[in-house]
Ligand binder design. Structure first.
Ligand code: NCD
Length: 360
């Protein structure tokens, strides 16, 4: 175990970027302030269990108008910056509605075109500016490591405030993984829980940040079996497989979607991340993926166990046929709603109001 670093001596980004991933995670341990949510590997099983309980509680409180009004007093006077430099519908809206549920005012920059970064301002100065006005930054960016870099800038500023990574390049999408885990646990609550289940992750596993973060969180529920199903050119990184093996997760890798479907308790479909494909390889990777071989359609439903669930982080292209939307096993619209409650709970944890909510 790496010893925790002293938060008062925050390293420069140039120094920090040379740290091993273990040292980075130790530096951003969740019991330190301000809390930054950057990597799926930051979450312990205890944190996930607490978040699960808190998410359910917030959801329950919000069922009444009185409860909704009460929740909206908890973080009033706090301001949030939603800085989304990559397209987003659900993640943006679920964070916006979560902030509103908790009574926070939020402001957004949704395109670099409207930011002073366009005039040549450095990313560091932009982030530092946020720390002057806001109490929380929620960041989505296409540049690898920007979320960590921003967290270091915030820790070195005069007014350190927390940051949540809402999707960073191909690497990480920790809050999507949290809502996916919530959905899985909820679905299997009366079916013996998530452990010992078989989860199949399908599609662009090479560049899909949701699957990378989710695979890491699934390890917290070992023993568990993961099937990675993708065309060869979009297979998951060896580094994730090695991590899972170290954490007692059994994995198989396959290109055969149909043959593995009957073995699954949850099937998690994803789209081709073509925004990261250069023109040359675009043709081959999307051709490989957009074959019927990686699409879930009506004809597959009979091969799926009666209690299996179907997930997708969305947006979908053609990975799940629309006619499946009304099947009771389709969970992707529930994931969307669960995302809002999970993000409310995460914000509550960051601002240390968990006990107040649980006592309500
Ligand atoms: C995902 C993302 O942005 O990584 N979307 C989301 O946040 N729900 C998945 C995707 O874009 O394919």
């Amino acid at each position: 175990m790496t010893a925790h670093l002293d938060n008062h001596t925050v390293p420069s980004w140039d120094l920090f970027r040379k740290f091993t991933i273990e040292k980075r995670i130790a530096f951003f341990a969740l019991d330190r302030h301000p809390v930054h949510i950057l990597y799926a590997r930051q979450f312990t099983r205890t944190f996930l269990d607490e978040l699960y309980i808190l998410t359910n509680k917030i959801r329950l409180i919000a069922k009444t108008n009185h409860g909704k009004s009460w929740l909206s007093t908890l973080l009033e006077n706090r301001r949030v910056m939603l800085y989304f430099a990559q397209p987003s519908t659900r993640t943006f809206l679920s964070f916006a509605t979560a902030c509103e549920t908790m009574g926070m005012r939020f402001y957004d920059v949704r395109s670099l075109e409207t930011s002073s970064e366009m005039k040549g301002e450095t990313f560091e100065d932009t982030i530092r500016t946020f720390s002057s006005y806001f109490d929380l930054v929620i960041l989505r960016h296409a540049t690898p490591n920007y979320a960590e870099h921003a967290a270091i800038v915030l820790n070195r500023s005069r007014r350190p405030i927390p940051l949540i990574n809402a999707g960073s390049s191909k690497d990480e999408h920790p809050t999507q993984a949290l809502l996916d885990i919530f959905t899985l646990r909820k679905s299997f609550e009366k079916l013996g829980g998530l452990s010992r289940k078989t989860v199949m992750l399908v599609g662009d596993l090479k560049r899909g940040r949701t699957v990378r973060s989710l695979a890491v969180l699934l390890a917290q529920f070992a023993p568990i079996h993961i099937i990675f199903c993708a065309p060869k050119e979009l297979a998951i990184d060896d580094e994730i497989i090695a991590f899972l093996k170290d954490h007692n997760v059994t994995c198989t890798q396959t290109t055969d979607f149909e043959a593995n479907l009957p073995k699954t308790d949850a099937v998690y479909m994803t789209r081709t991340q073509s925004e990261y494909t250069d023109a040359k390889s675009l043709a081959s990777s999307s051709k490989a993926y957009h074959t019927a071989a990686y699409t879930l359609t009506q004809k597959h439903l009979n091969h799926l166990k009666p209690n299996s669930i179907i997930m997708h982080p969305l947006p979908r292209k053609n990975e799940i046929a629309r006619e499946i939307d009304n099947d009771p096993r389709a969970m992707y619209w529930r994931q969307v709603r669960n995302g809002m409650w999970t993000r409310c709970a995460l914000i509550a944890k960051i601002f240390n109001i968990e006990k107040k909510i649980l006592d309500h």
